[in-house]
Design a protein around this ligand. Sequence first.
Ligand code: DP6
Length: 418
Amino acid sequence: MGKVHEATVSAPVNIAVIKYWGKRDSALILPTNSSLSVTLSQDHLSTRTTIRASPDFPADRLWLNGVEEDISASKRLVNSITTARKLREALEEKQRKDGIPAESVVPLSKWSIHVCSENNFPTAAGLASSASGYAALVSALGALYDLPQSTSELSRVARVGSGSACRSMFGGFVAWQAGVADDGNDSLAVQVANRQHWPELQALILVASDRKKAISSTAGMQTTVETSSLFAERVRTVVPQRMEAMKTAIANRDFENFAEITMRDSNQFHAVCLDTYPPISYMNDTSRAIVGLIHAFNAARGRIAAAYTYDAGPNAVIYALKDDMRDLVELFTFCFPREESMLADAFYPDPFGVFALPEEAGQRLTDPAVARLADTAGKYPAGSVRRIIHTEVGDGPRILPASQSLLSDVGMPKRARE
Ligand code: DP6
């Protein structure tokens, strides 16, 4: 067998603190405003992707969590793969021009690929995976094709897959600059600070159970652009100011400002959704209860000690510093008991050792003000929060060794599902 041309990578999820909502060009996925996010640890949430190119493959194929998907049915998949292939083609062209003998230039751009991709978190958790998915796809293509482009340049390729994916190309704190060029050349991600910059910052994801199917981000933001008058004000004045204030808060590790801007921006994004016609509402009763609890928690602490943010769904992401996390987790597990059928370890896995014993969660509120708050708030129906994920700021896409490949010797998924 000849040399195997393959790359395996993993890529992280990111959660915006200044939201992307609205496109000025839907084909190229160019946003109406800049946005800023925090990359979360791949130890808890990530997508792993293996891509192999071979002259023996008759066509491009892709498997997602063990199920084959039709690439040609997704314009976004076709766009990102084609864009990466063109970059490879240009590289091969350059190698030939540079006098590298034709037989040494591997024509990877001409060969079909097999793509195999898996999330390490259950899809049932209701967490969007398109950002980590496209970041993994593009990082794997970049590694396979040996592309000379910088990470920011490659983030443009992830962007044509899904806007928010361009921010998952970096770890730490990441801005997606909206740009002004019609061809999207300047619409890319840049790292604002790396993951080591603020090690005390942690995140808690509260997965809220939801029966209704939400309107997709893609469809929702399009209707907002067309119908909301509040939205214009957000794009013109609010976001540009917040981007600067947020960068300053991050540079200074100023949690109170970071948190206030995060909450205000989440609130405005959901207000703009309600101002869309017909209105869109992503938050449910549990989401709104969590907003109330965070403000009450901050009042009990006498400072802004926690921030919430919500994307296009009811799940809450809470940002807080490590020292405040224990009380927050205790508060949430008291107010949102798990369903009997859910094992404690699955409901709140404990990577940071917050609980002595998972069974004791919610029993040890040490701050009397928070204990009083828990008493007043009371308990919500078991299962309103389906799962709690405790995580922290993480790094960008990682290139993994061949031993981590998801493809077999013959280039088929090692683990396939019906
Ligand atoms: C609410 O990136 O999923 O999560 O570009 O159409 O794929 P497309 O949309 P997507 O939108 C994410 C919207 C958001 C806010 C954010 O992540 O900034």
